[in-house]
Design a protein around this ligand. Structure first.
Ligand code: GDP
Length: 189
């Protein structure tokens, strides 16, 4: 997989106008979006990873094999950003999701230690309402003990029955191959 950083911008109108498909990554600040993009592309530092949350406040675009884009959307729900700023990010994400016909799939990434937060659930409802295809990735599974992991997945399956859910870890044995397959399937549709 050949990957290349394209741009970071807060403005939708800066995004390339070509018809290459987009695969978007959505989730709370610090949930591991950048790490996931690095792990999928097998690049150490393609996407910035940072221990300081709230820094990834732009739309970041990566070109893959010169044929499609991975789109890292601003992380939401960081407590130290002001309410006004939070609304700006939410609007940026929602506008992107509604106004990008090239969007083929969104990965909604949630933190295994926290489970889907209210903001994650709002996002999920938004994706469903607008019939945007999405898959939930439960990241940081390495942080859970085996029994905790089983319990979480069971609860999620019960609560979100029929919804595709992929447990993952960027640091331990994850589901990179499955995520890539899901992505390829969405591109082929
Ligand atoms: P982003 O804000 O969503 O882009 O999150 P980052 O990718 O910057 O990750 C935030 C922090 O979580 C960093 O310290 C990462 O090293 C860490 N992290 C990311 N994925 C995982 C994971 O699967 N397991 C663990 N234990 N830590 C992770």
């Amino acid at each position: 997989m050949q990957s290349e950083y394209v741009l970071s911008t807060p403005h939708l109108h800066d995004l390339p106008k070509n018809e290459r498909p987009h695969i978007a990554f959505i989730g709370r600040s610090n949930v591991g979006k950048s790490s996931l993009i690095n792990s999928l592309t097998q690049r150490k530092d393609l996407a910035r990873t940072s221990a300081a949350p709230g820094r990834t406040q732009t739309i970041n675009l990566y070109s893959i094999d010169r044929s499609y884009y991975l789109v890292d959307l601003p992380g939401y729900g960081y407590a130290k950003t002001s309410r006004d700023q939070r609304e700006v990010f939410a609007e940026m994400i929602e506008n992107y999701l509604l106004e990008t016909p090239q969007l083929r799939l969104a990965f909604l990434i949630v933190d295994a230690r926290i489970g889907p937060t209210d903001l994650d659930q709002n996002m999920l409802a938004f994706l469903q309402l607008h019939q945007i295809p999405f898959v939930m990735i439960v990241n940081k599974m390495d942080k859970l003990k085996r029994t905790e992991a089983q319990k979480l997945l069971h609860t999620l399956e019960e609560h979100f029955s029929g919804m595709p859910i992929i447990p993952h870890s960027n640091v331990a044995d994850g589901n990179r191959a499955k995520i890539l397959r899901t992505l390829q399937d969405a591109l082929a549709d």
